[in-house]
Design a protein. Structure first.
Lengths: 437, 82
């Protein structure tokens, strides 16, 4: 059995020419851009689940030519929403060349919601997490009787303790700037724009700490220098598990970036442990500085309740010697041109190490999409425009051109020689204080 | 402190900040492109080096440096001029 696992081209920007130019030319966005580069851990896990005698290849469309001339028994493609159009094009080429001699399979976030759309091109569509359904499909394939749709809900729930170590050995290490590691799935917050929590659920499932450390050790054999980024959307909100995990990480002597929410600032003991275990930067979703937007984004108002303490919490985290990358969504319902300036001021006044500012994107399956469809505000844009830097919704007061212009101005402000100098001076002083203490 | 000790200590600082085993650090390793040291890690290296050798370094020091070896050369000179 010969299997191709394909990660389609991931465009950072589609139609927003301002941002396209800036991201590809600014020297100050080199690291920012690197954060967006990555491989599909999901496909590497599927590679670990194929029969021992199967030949499996990982093909990254971002770096390699797709080998259409090579015959595979199964071509399995993953797709986020913005990759969907490219995934369909790749599959169509294989079909043209090999007809029904090659079974075309697709999975991932987008097709879990747009299954019928995917069925027009693919023989098999996976809905939801595929770690339980993929082995079932492979057995069906060997019996030559596979189903058109494999739903995760028809199989045992995915137990992360049983998920095998991803096949990092299949990667070409020269392609990747970061090493992504996943320790858990799911997030208790219910933000209307978030696709990951809809897909993985609101109950957090974690790998045991030893399993995570084993994965890091294995990955390090193949990706020796790449900084470690934990892919978990909200890694430290359960402090008992976090304490155990951080104790294990501390023994590994790694450095890493992790994503969590601002609530971590209320737990000084955990912050100390984070620093001791090698955390250099926390990626935190602040989302908006406007209380009306925060109320819309998060119906349990958790984020809104944190707003007044954002500054104090940031200072607490910085004082432990950990930098912060802030995530903001601009172009939300109550935003004006002034909001872009306010976020710029907030980032520079609090010396955030970096920031990811994106437009609200009505991803399939999200509450945001449902709300904006009801309001008739989802624009008729192609899936490849769902990049987060492209405008896909109509704003109550700002035009597409205004939104793009303001985003460009904000990025050039915070990724500039001037702000880099300010940050460097601030962090040099901060590190002097924390390391001398 | 002799030159080899200065180099070893400097390499250890970079290995610790990058979270890499010191054995993996090659003298021609590019700090930004290969080790992916961002500006925060650069500042951390500068401060740890200052504290280790009791020297003062400019925060822009690493902008002019490409490789591990070039950084070690600079620190050697700074320690000698102390």
């Amino acid at each position: 059995m010969k299997i191709a696992l394909i990660d389609p081209m991931f465009k950072r920007v589609n139609s927003n020419t301002h941002m396209k130019t800036l991201l590809s030319t600014s020297p100050y966005l080199y690291f920012y851009s690197s954060y967006w580069s990555g491989f599909s851990t999901g496909l590497l896990i599927l590679a670990s689940l194929v029969p021992k005698d199967a030949e499996v290849r990982y093909i990254d469309d971002n770096f390699e030519e797709i080998p259409y001339e090579e015959q595979f028994d199964i071509v399995a493609i993953t797709a986020t929403t913005q990759q969907a159009t490219r995934a369909y094009a790749i599959a169509q080429e294989f079909r043209k060349k090999w007809g029904k001699r090659c079974v075309l399979v697709v999975g991932g976030y987008h097709v879990s919601y747009y299954t019928e759309e995917a069925r027009k091109t693919f023989d098999v569509v996976f809905q939801g997490e595929a770690e339980s359904s993929w082995p079932a499909f492979l057995l069906d394939y060997q019996k030559k009787s596979w189903k058109p749709v494999y739903r995760s809900t028809d199989y045992p729930p995915v137990n992360l303790q049983e998920v095998p170590v991803p096949r990092y050995d299949l990667l070409n290490s020269e392609y990747y700037k970061m090493l992504w590691i996943q320790t858990s799935r799911g997030c208790p917050r219910s933000c209307e724009f978030c696709a990951a929590s809809e897909y993985f659920g609101h109950r957090t499932r974690s790998k045991p700490p030893e399993q995570t450390v084993r994965e890091i050790r294995y990955a390090r054999k193949f990706l020796k220098f790449q900084p470690i980024l934990f892919a978990d959307d909200n890694m430290f909100h359960r402090s008992s598990h976090s304490i155990e995990l951080l104790a294990e990480l501390e023994k590994s002597q790694i450095r890493y970036v992790a994503q969590t929410d601002i609530g971590i600032a209320a737990n000084p003991q955990l912050l100390e442990q984070l620093r001791n275990s090698g955390c250099s930067v926390l990626f935190i979703g602040f989302e908006s500085l406007d209380p009306r937007n925060l109320s819309l984004m998060n119906n349990d108002r958790w984020k809104l309740k944190q707003l007044s303490a954002y500054g104090e919490h940031i200072q607490t985290i910085l004082e432990t010697g950990i930098g912060i990358y802030g995530a903001f969504i601009l172009g939300y319902d109550w935003d004006t041109e002034e909001s872009f300036k306010d976020v710029g001021d907030f980032i520079t006044e609090h010396y955030l190490a970096g920031a990811q500012i994106t437009f609200p994107t009505p991803l399939p399956g999200t509450k945001l999409r449902r709300r904006l469809l009801k309001e008739g505000r989802v624009l008729n844009t192609p899936w490849e425009n769902y990049t987060f830097f492209d405008v896909n919704i109509s704003h109550p007061t700002l035009t597409k051109a205004q939104l793009e212009e303001e985003l460009y101005k904000l990025y050039t402000r915070i990724y500039s020689k001037e702000y880099l100098g300010q940050k460097n001076r601030y962090y040099k002083e901060l590190f002097r204080r924390t390391f001398s203490a | 402190m002799n030159r080899s000790e200065i180099r070893d200590k400097t390499k250890q600082i970079i290995a610790d900040v990058a979270g890499i085993d010191i054995e993996e650090l090659d003298r021609d390793l590019k700090l930004r492109e290969e080790l992916m040291l961002d500006s925060l890690k650069e500042m951390e290296i500068v401060v740890r080096t200052e504290l280790c050798f009791e020297i003062a370094l400019d925060e822009d020091l690493l902008i002019s440096v490409q490789t591990l070896d070039e950084y070690c050369d600079l620190i050697e000179k700074a320690v000698e001029c102390r």
